[in-house]
Write a protein that binds this ligand. Sequence first.
Ligand SMILES: Nc1nc2c(ncn2[C@@H]2O[C@H](COP(=O)(O)OP(=O)(O)OP(=O)(O)O)[C@@H](O)[C@H]2O)c(=O)[nH]1
Ligand SMILES: [Mg+2]
Length: 684
Amino acid sequence: MRYSPDAIRTVALVGHAGCGKTSLIEALLHQGGALHAPGSVERGTTVCDFDPLERKYQHSLSSAVAHLHYRDTRIYLLDTPGYPDFSGLSLSALPAVETAAIVINAQTGIEMTTRRMMAWAGERKLCRMIIVNGIDGEKVDLPGLLAQIQETFGKSCLPINLPAQRGRQVVDCFFNPAGDADFLSVAAMHDALVDQVVEIDPDLMELYLEQGEAISPEQLHEPFERALREGHLVPICFTSAANGAGIAELLDAFVRLLPNPMEGNPPLFYRDAGGRREVVHAEPLADKHVLAHAFKIVMDPYIGKMAVFRIHQGTIRRDSQLYIGDARQPFRVAHLMLLQGKEHIDVPQAGPGDICATAKVDEIGFDAVLHDAPEDGNIHLTPLDFPTPIYGLAIEPARRGNEQRLWEILQKLGAEDPCLRIEHPVGTNETVVRGLGELHLRHMLERLSEQYKLEVVTRPPKIAYRETIGAKAEGHCRHKKQTGGAGQFGEVMLRVEPLPRGTGFEFVDVVKGGAIPGQFMPAVEKGILQVIANGPLAGFPMQDVRVTVFDGKSHSVDSKEVAFVSAGRKAFIDAVMKAQPILLEPIVNIEVTTPEAAMGDIIGDLSAKRGQVHGTRTVAGDSVVVVAGQVPLSELNDYQSRLNAIAGGDGNYSIQLSHYDPAPPAQQARMAAQHKSHGDGAAP
Ligand SMILES: Nc1nc2c(ncn2[C@@H]2O[C@H](COP(=O)(O)OP(=O)(O)OP(=O)(O)O)[C@@H](O)[C@H]2O)c(=O)[nH]1
Ligand SMILES: [Mg+2]
């Protein structure tokens, strides 16, 4: 059955781990008739947590798509993982939907992912709603939580229903405001909602003041959508995925109140017109050119590479010819499928608003734009601002000979997750996988062994230190070689000086009178750049240095490129070693979420690790705190285990690169000595 765009809703459920997203989708699928009985996360029987590792851990580790048909409407539900380690996969689901439903656990309240997702969805201009789930819980303080939500996210967050019968039901505050709620007055909430909606439209406001109560929900539909689009209204629904309270009402709210693809804010497409960005307005119309966006890539061991995409414009049919980005050759859509967790349902065609998948097309990468007009090859979707993966693990196969296979599998895993990066840092002979946290990398390792049956050994990677200098100095080298016939000659004199942190490298040539002939200057720079990539102090890349070459000598016969590369390199090393070389270490911003009882110990531990605590804030009532600060990355080896020990298994943390600072002198000395003992020392 084909749906016109106005009969489609797309919703991504986002929010902190364990708030009930997967369970809610299960309850909604059941309510909408797509499932005879809801499965459970504990029994490993849900539609969305179908991966063996998800079942083992009882947590979603990737995003999943489900859909249902309800009251002539097709509703797409995207389940996303709540752990911050997998936020690359939750964030990437956002461009596929009109609405982000931020789920809050009634028991634990506002958590780190809640805040982040509210902010991220707001930045992407998505319509937002809040679902407070778990209202059946015994010790929940729902009035307190509602006040906290409004305090944190603003007064635009208003309930469209309220819990009743001590969390066994909900009562509607918008369409039929009647009945008693467990707290607050239904009538007052209705008025607050209508006030908020009419505020957006002065004409309606006037009418409202005249008509008063008589204004109908139908009259409010347009302004309601506008209020959602502009973030002027964030409706709140209450649910329990466990006892079913509020589930039918939530489904009803999806259909009646959430934007269809024509009512949501348009996707952020742009055309790259020779470096200039021109906004492209995708129109959700079936007869226009195709514009679709691949937001999820799955490497299925059985069906191969599968791309999941959202159609924003036009119609895709089985056998359609589509282009991937700026590729010249189109591919044929051999399979067009709707997804229900791990199930694929072949469909003949799909249109604007639909979320589909196609398999066996190797060229479709994450974030690819699919289209059917060669001239649209320069259309892109504004990229998401993903957190930087800086938590690294050096990895190699347990058995020699498997290097290539490991590399290929890592590339596959990296293709699925925008926050998993595979690196081969210059100057090291390591393959390093970077992710957002220990859990992220542990999951990657489990997939290597369980899914791909590849055993590997790991160790902490070399920390990405940098080198710089602390003073001005001059350096000199006369490179002279006489081997049999032709000789080599080049002489370079240069000056180095420190630049402000984060500036990089500058090369200045002020040589006068052709002391170094112009054609050899690139050779001098090449020699210097070799040292920039592999610093003389401890072998790390150098930054924030200006090099001024001011004099030199050449020889009419013996001067050659190699001689000046060598002279440039050695003169530069000479200068750097006299200019107070400094080892810089990465400093990260850290946020530790911990039960309040462990807060003092966490702060003490961070201080002992040369960290600085900038502040703490309370979330989830009073029981959980977030400690924010900065700490050198080199101090965080094995931090999750320490945190587990201190916080009794309830601690969590996330890090992001902040800046580079000089490493303590003892550490510098140790690393310089290590570098020397490996024979890569600074001696020119
Ligand atoms: N009492 C109660 N328990 C719930 C409710 N919803 C979910 N749970 C339980 O809470 C736990 C976590 O639920 P999930 O659905 O896996 O939560 P999630 O948001 O998908 O978690 P992640 O996948 O880790 O992000 C499971 O044990 C559920 O059975 C609810 O409304 N009430
Ligand atoms: Mg889940």
